[in-house]
Design a protein around this ligand. Sequence first.
Ligand SMILES: *Cc1c(COP(=O)(O)O)cnc(C)c1O
Length: 255
Amino acid sequence: MSAGERSVGEATAERADVQRRLAAVREEMADAARAAGRDPGGVRVLLATKTVPAALVRAALEAPVPAGLAPVVVGENRVQELVAKGPELADLSPELHLIGHLQSNKVNHALRWASCIQSIDSLRIAQRISQRTERDGRVLDVLVQVNVSGEDSKYGVAPADAPALATEVAALPGLRLGGFMTIGPNPNTADAAAIRAAYARLRGVRDEVVTSGAPGTAGARELSMGMSNDFPLAVAEGATIVRLGSAVFGARPEP
Ligand SMILES: *Cc1c(COP(=O)(O)O)cnc(C)c1O
């Protein structure tokens, strides 16, 4: 076997590792939901699959879904990876979400595969997508990305501006506002209380929009928040989608 090639035995072991870790995080997610008095079936695990080969994403998608829990969703950061892995997973018909920043010149490629775009952070990009889906006679689910931590490095609209953007997005004919997404504060610098406060802030934005009475907002209940190192805190604050990468697939190679 040449360098870089993997034996069948290694591939099988990797698949088993992914399925074992997925089962473990699902259990931890369900425990956190029950501890918060929530139905574990109301929290979906999104597999954050950047840099993960399609064969391992497939292993996670083929794992049995425990009774009472929802099937997993796949989330890609880059349109390029969405386009590359979409066809390889198509036979499993997973729900594919875009969770990374979307540039307007990539909208058409993203729409070919994504059933939800979680990273809407401007009216301009929302209008661009809506024009396209309306022309195609479809309606796309989207989430508005909010920068709850205020960290400059993060995309997303400021919490104070989020309700106005969400209301405008919800009114676009080619989009259905599903809710909100955020990337939490850096867990290396934020403590558990600060992380929970940030997630509570997203919930506050959601509640404000859902109860506003504005057209298209009543169903916008999704809260996509929490990653491998803090998802139980996000579930405690109401997450309906937790986005897990390393906890399921192991550490990513350094960029
Ligand atoms: C990578 C990524 C995740 C998952 O990160 P982990 O820490 O590996 O769980 C979640 N959301 C987004 C937007 C990501 O880019």
